[in-house]
Design a protein. Structure first.
Lengths: 198, 198
DNA sequence: ACCTGAACACCGTTCAAGT
DNA sequence: ACCTGAACACCGTTCAAGT
């Protein structure tokens, strides 16, 4: 599983095949099937290993601080493995992921919300982690080079017709905001949940 | 492109191959390459067709109402084509998607935020649309049958060790909230943006 | 208990040949 | 200008055979 993660980190998830993984491990192509049921099984194990990376936060610091720290650590773990976020969002959870969910739910239980509001809070927070990370990963993997992005964009969009869009892309190309956008929107959500949950 | 969307709607995106699409159209396998550069090109065209579905909202109703309506329509269009959300988040935009982004940016320009805050708003809103839709699609495609979900979950998670998680799953299995969670969290974000942007 | 090569049923795509 | 079959370089996986 570690070797598979290594390969996916280096060459992307499309560059990971059972045959390449086996030869990377110096084994015959079919030896893998003694350790893994099939490729799906391997992919599940890979995501679940990432799900084990964020440290479980100290709940005594209060629900909002604990949730914030957990979210930031998850965000960082997913950025370390750019192939992971898509599968994180679409595959069935493994043991680490179950524990991960249990931990976030326990943090939210400390907030003493109603059952409905706690559920909204859970989905709003995980949605932010996943949505924001997905956006950032897509952006950075496609456009490692900001200039190449801008050139391709400029070639496809006729200057006159999309004024706001062109401004937006120029804004990002110039470096964008100095704020930590992940934390800003996260706090927007956490504050809103605290206020509306009372 | 329409035939490809039809096939993907019916059999999932993994069930779509160039060979199957061609034979579905009653053509030889390689005829497709006269109309499309390669499979990537076809997939781009498919997502972009979905990006053309949400109606462009009337901006005279105010930025918040217009953004809300646009978000809801996008959410619904993406639910109609469950394969689309993943590619929407990872592929380079086409003409309809550029217009889509321009439209949302124009709506936000009506709010007269600072440049930084308008950018935060743009990403917070698209993040919600994409993150929430992805979550919902993953849930419903994997677990068309709620009972099967519950059975598989119960088999993997030992009852004693994950009390909050088990409560959470039971809550959803019992029907969950009656609220429209998509709209609730969307308004949480839109209200927060309005308040913090002044 | 673990490994493996041959084989099968698929892929996307190139190319030369057709109309 | 559009179509197409044969061929190539890949896949994941089964199975029978090995140690």
């Amino acid at each position: 599983v570690d070797a598979a993660i290594e390969l996916a980190d280096a060459h992307g998830i499309d560059g990971l095949s059972m045959r390449k993984l086996a030869s990377h491990l110096g084994a015959g192509a079919m030896s893998l099937y003694n350790h893994v049921a099939n490729k799906d099984d391997l992919l599940d194990a890979m995501v679940d290993r990432v799900a084990g990376q964020p440290a479980l936060p100290d709940r005594s610091q209060g629900w909002q601080a604990a949730a914030r720290q957990f979210a930031v650590e998850t965000h960082q773990a997913l950025l370390r493995h750019p192939w992971a976020i898509t599968m994180w969002q679409t595959r069935w959870p493994g043991p680490n992921r179950w524990l991960y969910m249990e931990t976030l739910l326990a943090i939210l239980a400390d907030a003493d919300f109603t059952e409905d509001h706690a559920d909204l809070a859970f989905h709003a927070i995980t949605m932010h982690i996943q949505g924001f990370t997905q956006q950032q990963v897509s952006y950075t993997t496609q456009f490692a080079d900001g200039d190449a992005l801008y050139a391709r964009f400029a070639a496809e969009v006729k200057a006159g017709s999309f004024p706001h869009l062109i401004d937006h892309v120029r804004y990002h190309n110039d470096g964008g905001t100095t704020q930590d956008e992940f934390a800003f929107v996260l706090d927007l959500i956490l504050d809103g949940l605290e206020r509306k949950g009372r």
